[in-house]
Design a protein around this ligand. Sequence first.
Ligand code: SAM
Length: 202
Amino acid sequence: MVELENPLARVTRSAALIRHIDPGTGDCIADIGCGPGRVTIPLARALSDGGEVIALDVQAEMLTKIASKAEQNGLTNIRLLLCDAREPNLQDGSLDAAVMVMALGEIPDAKRVFPAIHAALRDDGKLLVCESVFDPHYVSRGKVVDMATAAGFVESSYQGNRFAYSIVLQKSPKLSGNMRRQHAARPKKLLSEPQHACGRPK
Ligand SMILES: C[S@@+](CC[C@H](N)C(=O)[O-])C[C@H]1O[C@@H](n2cnc3c(N)ncnc32)[C@H](O)[C@@H]1O
């Protein structure tokens, strides 16, 4: 089911999400909790003019599925990253944007994801979070905004209704001193490849 677009929740469809995050030419965008690539593949197509998608998931079999779909579609701009979103193996400031689509509710102690993504984004980077009540692990907009705000994000746009929504959260220039200390104190565990940086200078 996770590979199919939901006809009842238009806002969760990959095309709607890509319009909402509005990628720029050459952007490097992480798909956090990418699953089998429902969003990753169209996002990579949208970024095929010099941009790149980092497909991040904690399950190796999801990344294997994406590798095979990328090959079938002739896409060479997807990097696979096997790691936990709470301790992502991403270089600070290396992402232009990130998307996290119906993944948050599956992550224990999910509030830890937000400071980690905040650190990986460039200063004016943005994070799109999408949730739908059709997903058993649904997380409400209020909870997402609370966790994101505590990590230093500011909500910049919202689309949706009571069944499904996507919000874009803008990285504000600085984490508070307290949040920065908390994030720096956590050890970064290497689960797969060496720390990832996008391939091209900005
Ligand atoms: C419901 S699927 C969503 C897949 C995709 N984003 C979509 O909308 O089609 C949730 C994904 O989150 C991943 N996930 C769960 N916990 C995770 C964690 N701690 N770190 C990274 N990914 C995680 C799961 O492995 C799964 O592939």
